[in-house]
Design a protein around this ligand. Structure first.
Ligand code: ASP
Length: 590
């Protein structure tokens, strides 16, 4: 129907007769002439109707926002002084000859042309309208480019795109499963994949050597953070490659993407062991754009009377750390109170601080509610260790290491944002040398990555000291966001059985849940490893979107519902009967 997209028109089209199809973005009546801003997925063009062509003029007068129309006309230069440098099509306009109304539209629930703030619920309920907004369309267009470039890169590097099942068995990635009842196997359930992990490993056993898939994954998590119950991974697995090789290939993929789409050249990504990331940044996904660091001071306060500090300093699971904020002296009492509340979210019971007013004055140079508890000497030793200058402020965390890391780690990010401390626009990196297991308070272990990750030691060493073992896992982090993570896998059955054993998974349960994997490892499994990137997060970072919901066409809400289709919904009694399911509602239990 159309000859051109609205948004593609340029001065080179002047004097051409063209046909456009699209939506009426805006209609303006300028005393005798009617302007229609016509919109399609490529952008907006201005069409002018004048009364000389009475029939189309009258029709143009009758259209309303979001009517779907077809316009034929001639491209001409905008009159001098009326060009719009902010618009791609701002040099030209179309003199409308004919106008056909292809479909009318009710008044939309929100206007697309005035960029008012609209509640997200309304946008999600009418997502098909929301996606007409050029900035939304641009994000999805970039998403499509990103997937395309990733596919090209991986295909060029010998990867095969292979699909894996959606109806499957549980894959342990640490979340709850979405379950699907089986009609044909009474009382049994499929699980939707939390990731294609086990299938991609089986593909390596089959000899495919390099696999990728842009795969949907399903995780029923408490959606506190910016997460979606279904999300997309760029899933990768390879055989006979070391972690170095895998990191090099995938780093190249991300580097190419930023170069092609944003013209940004990343240098080689720095690598940081997990232990260093935790000790310097309190996080396994540090945002290296922010120059603040945690500094341990437990040794300086272990002997003080002040139990708030000396307690954690003498607890093997405790940590006392300082965070120097350059020019933090400017922070008001109220701001410090707000930060105290903020760290409370992470379980911190308070937020001690020292303001450094005058280093040369040993008596009154430090301003702080805690100096008297620490003693001047100790306080000055801390000032010296963190390298504070006059005008700086030092925050403290003293608690279980987990709480200190989470609280000061988050505070570092918040201060970076609030005080705009960024030293770079982009900070990609790898975090390596993760521990194999995390130890619970009751002494039980759980896998830090997933239970198919290879340790970097032998079965014997692992058994002797599991809590100290490191894994061959690696995470790619960009601006404090975990973009991707993976590992070299276990390819030997004895090692896999040892890990299950350490995780307290009984032989019966191993057989029941992962028997097929253990079998496969017996039939010639090659050394293999891979990783998965979160596509939604990658697109979010590359488009500068504030949330992953902005880069997913039809996302779900924080409570995992789809406002557009009203899913999840009830099903008929007949469907439930076929599935042999009886629903226990709160009402029926009462
Ligand atoms: N399956 C892992 C995940 O979804 C990634 C990987 O190990 O490849 O996090």
């Amino acid at each position: 129907m159309r000859s051109h997209y609205c948004g593609d028109l340029r001065a080179t089209h002047i004097d051409q007769e063209i046909t456009l199809c699209g939506w009426v973005h805006r209609r303006r009546d300028h005393g005798g002439v009617i302007f229609l801003d016509l919109r399609d997925r490529e952008g907006i063009a201005q069409v002018v109707f004048d009364p000389d062509r009475a029939e189309s003029f009258a029709r143009a007068d009758s259209v309303r926002s979001e009517y779907v129309v077809k316009v034929t006309g001639r491209v001409r230069a905008r009159p001098a002084g009326t060009e719009n440098a902010d618009m791609g099509t701002g040099q030209i306009e179309v003199l409308g000859y004919e106008l056909e109304i292809l479909n009318k539209a009710d008044t939309p629930p929100f206007m697309l042309d005035d960029y008012q703030q609209i509640g997200e619920d309304i946008r999600l309920k009418h997502r098909y309208i929301d996606l007409r907004r050029p900035e939304m369309a641009n994000k999805l267009r970039l998403r499509s480019r990103i997937s395309h470039l990733i596919r090209n890169y991986l295909e060029e590097h010998g990867f095969l795109d292979i699909e894996t099942p959606i109806l499957t068995r549980a894959t342990p990635e640490g979340a709850r499963d979405y379950l699907v009842p089986s009609r044909t196997h009474e009382g049994n359930f499929f699980a939707l994949p939390q990731s294609p992990q086990l299938f991609k490993q089986l593909l390596m056993v089959s000899g495919f050597d390099r696999y990728y898939q842009i795969a949907r994954c399903f995780r029923d998590e408490d959606l506190r953070a910016d997460r979606q119950p279904e999300f997309t991974q760029i899933d990768i697995e390879t055989s006979f490659l070391s972690e170095e090789d895998i990191m090099a290939i995938t780093e190249g993929m991300i580097r190419n993407l930023f170069k092609d789409l944003k013209g940004i050249e990343f240098g080689e990504f720095p690598r940081m062991p997990f232990s260093e990331a935790m000790s310097r940044f309190g996080s396994d996904k540090p945002d290296l754009r922010i120059p603040l660091e945690l500094v341990d001071v437990a040794d300086l306060v272990a002997g003080v009377e002040f139990k708030v500090f000396s307690g954690p300093a003498n607890d093997p699971k405790g940590r006392v750390a300082a965070l120097k904020v350059p020019n933090g002296n400017e922070l008001s009492r109220k701001q410090i109170d707000d930060y105290t509340k903020f760290v409370g979210i992470y379980g911190a019971k308070g937020l001690a601080y020292i303001k450094v007013n005058d280093i040369s004055n040993r008596e009154t140079g430090l301003q702080s509610p805690i100096v008297k508890h620490l003693g001047e000497d100790n306080a000055f030793k801390i000032v010296e260790r963190v390298g504070a200058q006059n005008g700086d402020l030092i925050f403290f965390g003293a608690d279980k290491a987990k709480i200190v890391n989470e609280a000061l780690g988050a505070l570092r990010i918040k201060l970076g944002e609030d005080m705009n401390l960024y030293t770079a626009e982009w900070a990609p990196m790898w975090v390596v040398d993760f521990p194999m297991f995390e130890e619970e308070d009751d002494g039980s272990l759980h896998a830090v990555h997933h239970p198919f990750t290879s340790p970097s030691c032998s079965v014997e060493e692992l058994r002797a000291n599991p809590a100290q073992a490191l894994s061959r896992a690696y995470d790619m982090v960009l601006n404090g966001v975990e973009l991707g993570g993976g590992s070299i896998r276990i390819h030997r059955q004895d090692m896999q059985a040892t890990i299950f054993d350490l995780l307290n998974i009984s032989p019966e349960e191993q057989e029941e849940k992962f028997g097929f994997l253990l079998d496969a490892l017996r039939y010639g499994a090659p050394p293999h490893g891979g990783l998965a990137f979160g596509l939604d997060r990658l697109v979010m970072l590359m488009t500068g979107a504030k949330s992953i919901r902005e880069v997913i066409a039809f996302p779900k809400t924080q409570s995992a519902a789809c406002l557009l289709t009203d899913a999840p919904g009830e099903v008929s009694a007949k469907q439930l009967r076929e599935l042999n399911i009886r629903v226990r509602t709160k009402a029926s239990e009462a």
